[in-house]
Structures are given as structure tokens and as C-alpha cells.
Design a protein around this ligand. Structure first.
Ligand SMILES: [Zn+2]
Length: 150
């Protein structure tokens, strides 16, 4: 994950794979339905980016951000993390996909993104559920609309 780190990066993207459709209570958003498949989350950290990302990669943590409700769930695999100097909202819009969960991760968004979590589609990955992230890396079957954040 250390490759390609940009010095001035304040934006990060997490590509997530949901091994199954989920219904999860997400803080103030209430009960939310998430289709299975590929998702990309775009966030920002003006400082302590490493700590923020490390936190996203831990399952066991208090639920603080919307994203914690996904990354803390065993059915969710963090497939990749990338960092960008590009402003978070512009990056988010360029990631493609569609908004499924309005308001997710966008509490501070002033650009009208609608959501900082976008669904890229349900392209299945063989052995994803049993093999975890390592098998995903060996089968880089990206969504049709292209792998974002690379
Ligand atoms: Zn935004």
C-alpha cells in the first residue's frame, strides 16, 4: 500500500468489495441497504493520513465515521487504498459509478456530491468471499466502468 504515495495528498480513495448485499444501520443515516459488489469511497485527511487509513483498515473500532460501519464489517473487503493531491470532491466525481446511499460520508461536503461513496457495480469476483483481499488482487476483475483511483 505504500506505493505511489504523493507528498501533497490530502485525498484518499478506498476501493471496497461487499461480498454480499447488506442492510446496516449507519449512524444518523439509519438503516441502509448496500448492493453487493464494488464501491469506492473518497475522503480527505489534511493531517495524519497514515493513521486515518490504518484506522479504515482495522475491523475493530468504535463507529465514528459512516465508513466505519462498512470497514468494520466482516463482509466488506478493502481492496485498495490510493492517495491523491486532487481535491476530494473532484476526485469523487471522477470515480464514476452511481450514488446509492445519499449523504454517506458527505457530511462536510459543500460541493453537492450527494455522497462520497459510489457503487461501481456488482461484477462478481471468484473466491472473493473465501479468499479475502489477497485473492481479489490475484483476480483484478475491475468493474465495467473501470477501476477508479489508479
Ligand atoms: Zn463532495
Amino acid at each position: 500500500m505504500g506505493a505511489g504515495v504523493q507528498q501533497d495528498a490530502t485525498t484518499y480513495c478506498l476501493t471496497l468489495f461487499l461480498t454480499e448485499a447488506m442492510r446496516v444501520r449507519v449512524g444518523r443515516l439509519g438503516m441502509v441497504g448496500f448492493p453487493a459488489g464494488w464501491w469506492v469511497y473518497t475522503g480527505s485527511a489534511r493531517r495524519n493520513m497514515d493513521a486515518r487509513i490504518a484506522r479504515h483498515l482495522r475491523r475493530d473500532k468504535p463507529r465514528r465515521w459512516h465508513l466505519d460501519y462498512l470497514t468494520g464489517d466482516r463482509r466488506v473487503i478493502v481492496v485498495s487504498v490510493t492517495r491523491h493531491a486532487e481535491p476530494e470532491c473532484r476526485r469523487n466525481r471522477r470515480n464514476g459509478g452511481i450514488v446509492v446511499v445519499s449523504g454517506f460520508g458527505a457530511s462536510d461536503c459543500v460541493a453537492g456530491c450527494g455522497s462520497h461513496l459510489r457503487w461501481l457495480g456488482a461484477a462478481p469476483v471468484p473466491d472473493a468471499a473465501s479468499g479475502g483481499a489477497d485473492s481479489l488482487r490475484q483476480h483484478p476483475q475491475s468493474p465495467e466502468r473501470g477501476h477508479p483511483c489508479t
